[in-house]
Design a protein. Structure first.
Length: 236
């Protein structure tokens, strides 16, 4: 920091006054969406605490920790994919490249999820016998890291076209699904109901970003194409 202290000094005379409104227009919706998403993340624990006992809450938390280990997959993929996607976008590569990555990741995620379902007993045996009851809960919670990984391939359409306000709509949709299903399932099914609600909410989160991804990128590529034939092909 001492070596690069000069970078911390800002000359007000050299700043771009037209940039601040653009930054605010892009950044403020993301801040609002982050607050809504934070509610979405904790809503299942709140419902369990209100409608169930601490045993159900503890079991759910244990299963959630097992499923969260898969976030390593998301982090690894994001570090590779996001810079690549920006480079493709800069070069205006056809949308089929983005769709190929999205479909490939979905295929791999589906195989991984099937493997988790088939070997969930073995996984919990390796961890601890105390987690035995969690085997009926954590498969649904696996939709959390898995859908977030796939969403990394779809939410870039929102970012590319700087339509960050759509993040609010996506978060509201996911939050609405989470609240509705938790209210219906948790009082009757406890931790299992909360896991189903959480998994379904993340699926809704993915489908929302997927719809906006294809709509935004198709509009962008078709607009940029000067050849009518290429534009029609792109939109298909």
């Amino acid at each position: 920091m001492i070596r690069n202290i000069r970078l911390l000094y800002m000359n007000p005379m050299k700043t771009d006054p037209y940039l601040y409104p653009r930054l605010a227009k892009f950044g403020l919706p993301i801040a609002v969406a982050t607050v809504i998403y934070s509610l979405f993340v904790i809503i299942d624990k709140l419902f369990l605490r209100y409608f169930c006992n601490f045993d159900e809450l503890g079991l759910y938390t244990a299963a959630f920790k097992i499923a969260s280990a898969l976030l390593i997959l998301q982090t690894t993929f994001s570090n590779f994919w996001i810079p690549t996607a920006y480079e493709w976008y800069k070069k205006q590569k056809p949308m089929r490249y983005f769709k190929l990555v999205s479909d490939s990741i979905m295929f791999l995620i589906a195989i991984l999820f099937m493997g988790l379902l088939l070997f969930k007993g073995v996984i919990l045996m390796v961890l601890s016998p105390e987690y035995s009851q969690a085997q009926y809960i954590f498969p649904f919670l696996c939709f959390y890291p898995l859908m977030m990984t796939v969403s990394d391939t779809t939410n870039l359409g929102i970012v590319f076209l700087k339509r960050s306000s759509l993040n609010i709509l996506v978060s509201v949709i996911a939050l609405g699904v989470a609240i509705g299903l938790n209210f219906l399932l948790v009082p009757t099914y406890g931790a299992i109901g909360a896991s189903v609600a959480t998994g379904s909410a993340y699926i809704a989160f993915f489908f929302s970003t997927d719809v906006f991804f294809h709509a935004d990128l198709e509009w962008f590529f078709c607009k940029k194409s000067s050849d009518n034939h290429c534009a029609a092909s792109c939109c298909r």
